[in-house]
Write a new protein. Structure first.
Length: 340
């Protein structure tokens, strides 16, 4: 199992700190560094800077949504970042959700999976430098324009962030990799049937799909303190994302066996009691979807994630200072080496 570094998007790092983390991750043998977006810093600008500051490590959007940019612009962006990085770019895509797409971008959250399917087809067509002719249900392109730039590669890997049954099938059918959030290695059986169903449509084995979950990491000799550092993140996703009627993450942890906790966290968070929600996050839920504890525990958990079929663990590291974050990278690299 390889390691990736997932950088924060909400402005908690300065750009020099992000560069330092990416360079240290590269030196330690991490496979990739990923930049999310949501409504913080945009992923593309940061990755362009990191491409110019690194030599080997792969660079991925983790993720950009398919509503805020046209498919052709996503393809142009992929071609450009692949050019700047010398063929190291990975395009991570997702639908995001109503909160970001409508609340931030002012775009209707309409037919998300169909939009993602058509976006993938158009992106791949543009990168092959085919004349762009496409007749879909969402997009209609009839001018026959062709990408002027010459990409380093005719294909750029596309990873999808999906959790719904339809999204999982689409991932298994079309994607090069899968980026789940709030993934629990003990519950891979909940995802595998839909991923395999999608893979069968394309006549391929699921073994060809990279599995790269986003995993929060908190390293501390005191496991209680390590968990507490991650509970605000868990409370936000389980309690605060989406609405009472639709929260993919709330639904997911309910399927993990935390239905009562999920309902309670949502009621507290959306009711304005965010601090109470954070305090009520169960330790067992934190342990199921993250890695929080001393270095010896980290090694044990990495082995568990590898045994679930994870090919690259995208670590979102937590630390109060840059030195804490750099130390976490070193502990992770050493632990991964021990697992191998």
């Amino acid at each position: 199992m390889k390691l990736g570094l997932n950088l924060p998007y909400e402005g908690s790092l300065s750009f020099p700190e992000a560069v330092e983390l990416a360079q240290r991750a590269e030196a330690l043998g991490f496979e990739s560094v990923w930049m999310p977006e949501a409504y913080g810093t945009d992923a593309v600008s940061i990755l362009g800077g990191l491409a110019a500051s690194t030599q080997r490590i792969q660079l991925g959007t983790g993720i950009v949504n398919v509503f805020s940019r046209t498919p052709a612009l996503l393809a142009q962006t992929a071609a450009t970042l692949d050019l700047i990085s010398g063929g190291r770019f990975i395009l991570g895509l997702g639908t995001s959700g109503h909160q970001v797409v409508t609340g931030w971008h002012g775009v209707a959250f309409d037919r998300p999976l169909l939009r993602m399917r058509e976006t993938i087809a158009i992106v791949r067509q543009v990168l092959r430098r085919d004349r762009l002719l496409f007749e879909g249900q969402v997009f209609h392109l009839d001018k026959g324009l062709k990408l002027l730039a010459h990409p380093v590669r005719a294909t750029v890997p596309i990873y999808l962030a999906t959790l719904t049954p339809g999204g999982l099938r689409l991932t298994g059918e079309l994607a090069d990799g899968w980026i789940p959030t709030l993934f629990s290695p003990q519950h891979m059986s909940l995802f595998r049937p839909e991923l395999e169903a999608g893979a069968r449509i394309s006549g391929r084995s699921l073994d060809t799909l990279a599995i790269a979950p986003h995993v929060p990491i908190s390293i501390d000799d005191d496991r209680t303190r390590a968990r507490e550092a991650l509970k605000p993140w868990v409370a936000l996703y389980v309690g605060g994302m989406g609405s009472r009627s639709k929260n993919f993450y709330n639904d997911l942890v309910s399927r993990y066996g935390f239905a009562d906790d999920a309902r309670m966290l949502q009621e507290l968070y959306l009711g304005g009691k965010q601090l109470e929600a954070i305090h009520r996050v169960p330790d067992a839920l934190v342990d199921a979807i993250s890695i929080a504890g001393p270095p010896s525990y980290v090694r044990e958990r990495l082995a568990l994630w590898a045994s679930a079929g994870v090919t690259t663990l995208l670590a979102s590291i937590h630390g109060k200072t840059q030195q804490d974050r750099l130390r976490t990278l070193e502990v992770l690299a050493a632990a991964a080496g021990a697992v191998d």
